[in-house]
Design a protein around this ligand. Structure first.
Ligand code: FMN
Length: 175
């Protein structure tokens, strides 16, 4: 199955995740470049769109889209990509390294609500959604510390234990 990983990342966690996925699947990867990278616009849901990507989406059997969640939204660069290439995308998998935990996934800023937003756009062509909440790598002693959540990013030093197990399961599922 010919797969392309497409990602957007502000602070690096989703870049790390996207790179890991493409390495595991030995598939192509491309970064999404928003026309405006002003963070405030993302928070306010103001969308200037994305630059055209180099890959030919129609050449791929499936796209794995990877990116963060901000203020409970399917954020502008990710949404722009899906809307711009909707006709060419045969199958979509959405993956996020986000702040919302599994326990809070259905709450106002939870990732499950964003998964619903993706489903509304892609319908049956959304094959799977997967979240890797950052709390999986926040040290036990700092789980109540909100600043620690914001300051923690995925990297080789913390990608082990439960997150690695969940990642391996995810790869098996989609392989
Ligand atoms: C201003 C701001 C708002 C955020 N809002 C949410 C949210 O609503 N839901 C969520 O799950 N995570 C939220 N997050 C956490 C990010 O999704 C998380 O930090 C993500 O890993 C960042 O990805 P990146 O390192 O690839 O940019 C927020 C982070 C920031 C800085």
């Amino acid at each position: 199955m010919k797969t392309l990983v497409v990602y957007y990342s502000k602070k690096g966690s989703n870049k790390f995740l996207a790179t890991k996925i493409s390495e595991q699947l030995e598939c192509d990867i491309e970064e999404l470049k928003p026309r405006s990278n002003v963070f405030l616009f993302f928070l306010l849901n103001i969308n200037f769109g994305i630059r055209s990507i180099k890959s030919n989406i129609s050449d791929y059997d499936r796209i794995i889209l990877c990116g963060p969640i901000f203020v409970g939204r399917f954020i502008p660069p990710l949404k722009s990509f899906v809307k711009k290439y909707k006709k060419q995308i045969k199958q979509l998998i959405f993956v996020t390294c986000c702040g919302s935990t599994f326990e809070k996934k259905e709450e106002k800023f939870g990732h499950a609500l964003v998964f619903k937003q993706v489903k509304e756009i892609m319908n049956d062509r959304l094959a799977h959604c997967e979240a890797f909440p950052i709390d999986l790598v926040v040290p036990e002693s700092k789980k109540d510390d909100e600043a620690a959540f914001m300051e923690t990013h995925l990297d080789d030093s913390n990608f082990h234990g439960e997150i690695q197990e969940r990642f391996d399961k995810f790869i098996k599922l989609i392989q």
